[in-house]
Design a protein around this ligand. Structure first.
Ligand code: BES
Ligand code: MN
Ligand code: ZN
Length: 474
């Protein structure tokens, strides 16, 4: 979906017009008569008086209209018209419209941005056949200052791109394709993207990434994307898991849990999506996104249970389960980030464990960090953007589950998997402020609902962008 602000007088009015409803009735003040003529307004007033449509944000009732009028009006509950409500309103309208829609909800500032963001989130569609992706448009009528809408559009587009990356199927989404797509998309926004190939990974001792990627005929790589605005005071690093497909390796997944594993790149996609938002809005914070990209396949060159690998910086890991591959690639990139980039904070984001999905379901992500400050900042960003995080513990008593007789740690430490996976990652961040987001639950949605569309949700892109924005000074 694309967004045009203000309904141009010359535009032919769209077939579908959305109007807000709150407990006082239909909010027709903001709807120009070119969009909905007087006779249509009367029908809307009458319908609302008689049928009392829901005012819950996201709920939409359809009213077909006769004659020369728009073919239908969508009556969208406005809730309390907060930004969070208007994001849901926008998503509900886009979903119900299913095509072009004139949105006669006149708001300004943050609410307008939220409405636009919601329209893009709810109007998102993925189809592997590019010709089948609908090119729907929304015309937003706004009361005065339309400048805020660009914020919402940037957030909506960043999330949509993250969804596209995660929804793309493995035959297209090779590690090289991921890296090139990142470079082609982000470079025009002023982001410097370097693609580090297998020889670089070997020189830098990215043993986890090479061990996972060595299973596939498609070579692994590292995407290193840097946004360096002038005047930045903070430098933040986001590391995203970029597994283009996770078969489990020799510890093969059963078919039912394997078939959606093209979205195992969702953490990396969210990290890149956040950078897309940040660069589009020219946020004055230095950001580096690192995405180790590899396919976890089965082959004669695949890693085996019992193998020992060496990460960047020298820590070693004994592989006990080839399906616990995400932490192996993240470990390399976290160690590299901390040693080479010396950031103020590093956050990693990954579809890391089925355990977090059992614990939190699909609406919230797991947040692990020893830092109360980082926990508060990330939770806040999650609440602001409608991508909630729930803080989970790092439990010292479980440290022994991570031990190995022949290496610094093992990669498959048993229950509770989400916690021990986070504890595996912790040493790689050294003394740098670090948080880990396990998004295995909310990275996918089973159906269209709220802000999400069935399939990859882009979860994390908007919350990370918000967290980064909060570091901008002045
Ligand atoms: N990519 C999976 C985690 C996952 C599960 C993501 C379900 C999305 C939905 C990850 O690589 C994995 O396989 N984790 C294992 C770890 C175990 C072998 C220690 C898991 O959670 O079962
Ligand atoms: Mn796995
Ligand atoms: Zn995985």
């Amino acid at each position: 979906m694309t967004i045009d602000v203000r309904l141009g007088i010359d535009e032919p009015a769209p077939e579908t017009v959305a109007v807000g409803v709150d407990p006082s009735g239909p909010a027709l003040d903001g709807v120009p008569t070119q969009v909905l003529p007087v006779s249509g307004r009367a029908l809307v007033e009458q319908f609302v008086a008689e049928s009392d449509p829901s005012t819950k944000p996201g709920d939409v009732r359809e009213l077909p209209l006769p004659g020369e009028l728009p073919a239908r009006v969508l009556l969208a509950g406005l809730g309390a018209s907060t930004p969070a409500d208007l994001r849901l309103v926008g998503a509900g309208i886009a979903r119900a419209a299913g095509g072009d829609v004139g949105v006669g909800i006149a708001v300004a500032g943050d609410e307008l941005a939220a409405l636009a963001e919601g329209l893009l989130l709810g109007g998102y569609r993925f189809d592997a056949r590019p010709g089948k992706r609908p090119a729907a448009r929304a015309w937003l009528v706004c009361s005065d200052d339309a400048s805020a809408v660009s914020r919402g559009i940037a957030y909506g587009r960043g999330a949509a791109w993250a969804r596209d990356l995660a929804n793309t199927r493995a035959p297209t989404k090779t590690p090289t394709w991921m890296a090139r797509t990142a470079a082609e998309t982000l470079s025009p926004l002023g982001v410097r993207v370097s693609i580090r190939e297998a020889n670089w990974l070997a020189e830098q001792s990215f043993g986890g990434t090479l061990a996972v990627g060595g299973s596939s005929v498609l070579p692994p790589c590292l995407v290193d994307a840097r946004w360096r605005p002038s005047g930045a005071t903070a430098h933040l690093v986001v590391v995203g898991k970029g597994i283009t497909f996770d078969t489990g390796g020799y510890n093969l997944k059963p078919g039912a849990s394997m078939k959606t594993m093209y979205t195992d790149v969702a953490g990396g996609a969210a990290a890149l999506g956040a950078l897309h938002v940040v660069a589009a809005l020219r946020v004055p914070v230095a950001v580096t996104v690192l995405v180790p990209v590899a396919e976890n396949a089965v082959s004669g060159s695949a890693m085996r249970p019992g193998d020992v690998i060496r990460h960047h910086g020298g820590r070693t890991t004994e592989i006990l389960n080839t399906d616990a591959e995400g932490r192996l690639v993240l470990a390399d990139a976290l160690a590299f980030a901390v040693a080479r980039l010396r950031p103020d904070a590093v956050v990693d984001i990954a579809t890391l464990t089925g355990g977090i999905k059992v614990a939190l379901g699909t609406s919230a992500g797991g947040l692990f960090t020893p830092s109360d400050e980082l926990a508060a900042a990330l939770s806040r960003a999650g609440d602001d953007t409608g991508e909630p995080l729930w803080r989970m513990p790092l439990v010292d008593d479980y440290a022994e589950l991570l031990s190995s007789n022949i290496a610094d740690a093992n990669n498959s430490s048993g229950q509770p998997q989400a916690v021990t996976a986070a504890m595996f990652l912790r040493p790689f961040a050294g003394h740098t402020a670090w948080a880990h987001l396990d998004i295995a639950g909310p990275a996918r949605a089973a159906s269209d609902a709220g802000l999400v569309t069935r399939g990859a949700t882009g979860f994390g892109a908007r919350l990370l962008a918000r967290w980064i924005e909060a570091h901008a000074v002045g």
